[in-house]
Design a protein around this ligand. Sequence first.
Ligand code: PEP
Ligand code: MN
Length: 341
Amino acid sequence: MIVVMKRGATTEQIEHMIDRVERLGLKAHPIYGTERTVIAAIGEKRDEYRQSLESGPGVAEVVPILAPYKVASREVKSEPTIIRAGSLKIGTSTGGVIAGPCSVESEEQTLVTSRAVKAAGATALRGGAFKPRTSPYSFQGLKEDGLKILAAARDETGLAVVTEVIAAEDISLVARYADVLQIGARNMQNYRLLEAVGEAGRPVLLKRGASATLDELLLASEYILNAGNPDVMLCERGIRTFEAHTRYTLPLASVPWLHERTHLPVVVDPSHGTGHTSLVAPMSAAAIAAGADGIVVEVHPDPESALSDGYQSLNFEEFENMMVTCRRVAEAVGRHITPLL
Ligand code: PEP
Ligand code: MN
């Protein structure tokens, strides 16, 4: 249910209603909008709860939340959520470009990449230190050494660091170095991990599972939101279909579909979404045209020698050219790509 407070309801009235919701054994999620405050009351649905809350002080109405996802839903919060993490701002007319290598391989590789992507206009640095690889024989990441390299790149360039966490026991370590915690496609339905990142005090980039529906993605975000973390960005990174020409199939209709249903920002990863360097720039431009709040792109100084995902990584020149096109498309749809540096 959503307890919609009247315009001008006082802080005491709002706090009183949060308390009443909690006394009913429900979880209260107050959302302070510019126009009015609503309190999402999550838990078992009972008609008598609704009636009892409706008579509360400062309450305009109590309405059921129809969507299966509750806190992520536009029904609960109509204004878009804006997420800030250092140099990155996502969810407004400012679009975010998160760029960097698939994996942190060395200090030199990460530092030169961070300088190049910053110069081309990226707003955050990506790079995996803990890598979820399909084969246990593939490069697994530099782990804490990789995190230290990312932190050094942030110190030098000012770019916020986005990096993946693959296990709950690594969260405190990764959160010490990262500005944004990435949950990868393979872990989208690892619910204990989702709850744990919900308590980590860092914004989360939640990638869609390769076989997950959009409802499942939204329900996954709900685990993080319910744990008390409002800063979740959703990432469309492609799904597995019968089509074999691209690594995954990148459904860009997800962007406007998600925007209609959730206030959370939506970003697109055209690198994993296509699996081919030559397709990344056109699909980045298409994602921005479709209204994406940001893109996540893999960039490497020498893609041919990359330890992971070289075949879908851009070199510096390709990234620079892509940014020129993306900035033009962004302007055309009323957005700007500007780092907060
Ligand atoms: C990545 O971002 O490098 C990654 C492993 O992505 P995904 O989880 O989407 O496969
Ligand atoms: Mn990758």
